[in-house]
Write a protein that binds this ligand. Structure first.
Ligand SMILES: [Ca+2]
Length: 373
């Protein structure tokens, strides 16, 4: 891995379990010009590690980033390997973890023997991640959109890495309710011990940016959003007339994946106005925190109205690792001076988020090999 001198982009490492919303997070991470995605690690969660890894590899091939962004395979199971804790979310993401698009499944099948992770061993993966943290000298931002097993193991194996990372931006948790149990959000519930090891460690605690369900539930993939995904943003076609038949293969694939995600969220969790798009918010927090989101993704030199305007509440929190409330996070103190606790995102400019996402989808659509199939 080589570092580009004078690179002003934010170096990020994405730890994920794709997953439909992880897929959109990967697109954002790959194409936002303020970000430099230096690696992806995969973890059990929405589906098996085997599936999350092959889904990540397939997505990167579809985005023409397979050479540029290495994938490292991580933990197969939570820290406490209880049978009832090794779980997946087939009911939301389908058996493959990314059901809904025949084209995605075809590409996944076709590249199966052509692409593989840089490491398929958790110890090698953590070694590589720790080396990357060293290489970026206090600048690397970790982004976690799955269960926190890999990161808990990293900090256990390489405790000195805690001081060398810049921030950890996490999608997970919820304040006052849950989506897996009445107390806990899915990612945190999947590995409650890993969650507790991260949140109950005072050294790590103050480096966390958090996107809990309370904010992700404000970001809904409505029918209008789906329609907008089908056409380029500068397209002369009016929004009312866009249809999947006139769209590119890439756009149709994203549309089909999110339509599947909308249907399962409606059937399983009563999201009638569209499913929450959880994971890309962990990336949006980083864009906002480093104040680079006002740079247009089309023309990095021009300013526009893409200010995500995230409102953070800095809090002391703790996480519960066992019992009925496992995976739950509790706020011990809120509205404390920034830098002294977990930065919990409470609201953002939703329109700005979608504008950014549509623009990165435009950029991905321009280069996707799926469009020449
Ligand atoms: Ca995820």
């Amino acid at each position: 891995m080589t570092i580009i001198l004078n690179d002003t982009r934010i170096p990020i490492w994405l730890d994920c379990d794709p997953g439909h919303d992880d897929a959109l997070a990967i697109i954002l991470a790959c194409f936002h010009p303020s970000l430099n995605l230096v690696g992806i690690s995969t973890v059990h969660g929405n589906t098996s590690l085997k599936n999350t890894t092959s889904n990540a590899l397939t997505l990167l091939s579809i985005l023409d980033k397979a050479v540029q962004v290495p994938v490292f395979s991580g933990a197969t199971h939570p820290l406490i390997k209880e049978e009832n804790l090794v779980t997946t979310a087939d009911y939301i993401h389908g058996k493959s973890g990314l059901d809904g698009s025949d084209l995605f499944l075809k590409i996944k099948h076709d590249i199966h023997n052509l692409t593989s992770p840089k490491s398929d061993n958790i110890n090698d993966t953590l070694f590589n991640l720790n080396q990357t943290i060293d290489l970026y000298q206090d600048k690397l931002v970790l982004i976690a959109t799955g269960p926190l097993t890999n990161l808990a193991l990293l900090f256990q194996m390489y405790p000195q890495s805690i001081n060398k990372i810049n921030k950890i931006s996490i999608m997970g948790g919820s304040i006052g309710f849950g989506n897996k149990t009445p107390f806990a959000e899915f990612n945190f519930w999947c590995d409650p011990l890993a969650t507790a090891k991260i949140f109950n460690n005072s050294q790590i605690h103050d480096k966390i940016l958090l996107a809990p369900l309370n904010i992700t539930h404000t970001l809904l993939v409505t029918k209008d959003v789906l329609k907008n995904i089908l056409k380029p943003q500068n397209s002369p076609i009016s929004s009312g007339s866009s249809s999947s038949s006139s769209s590119s293969n890439f756009r149709k694939m994203i549309y089909d994946l999110l339509t599947f995600f909308a249907k399962t969220n409606e059937a399983e969790q009563n999201w009638f106005d569209g499913p929450p798009l959880h994971d890309p918010l962990a990336i949006a927090l980083v864009l906002n925190f480093f104040q680079k989101d006002n740079v247009s993704v089309k023309d990095p030199s021009s300013l526009n109205n893409y200010n995500l305007n995230v409102n953070f509440n800095c809090c002391k929190v703790r996480s519960i690792s066992h019992g009925l409330q496992k995976g739950m996070i509790q706020i011990l103190q809120d509205n404390i001076p920034h830098g002294n606790g977990v930065m919990i995102a409470e609201s953002l400019n939703i329109d700005a988020f979608w504008k950014i996402l549509y623009d990165v989808i435009d950029l991905a659509d321009n280069v996707s090999p799926a469009n020449i199939l």
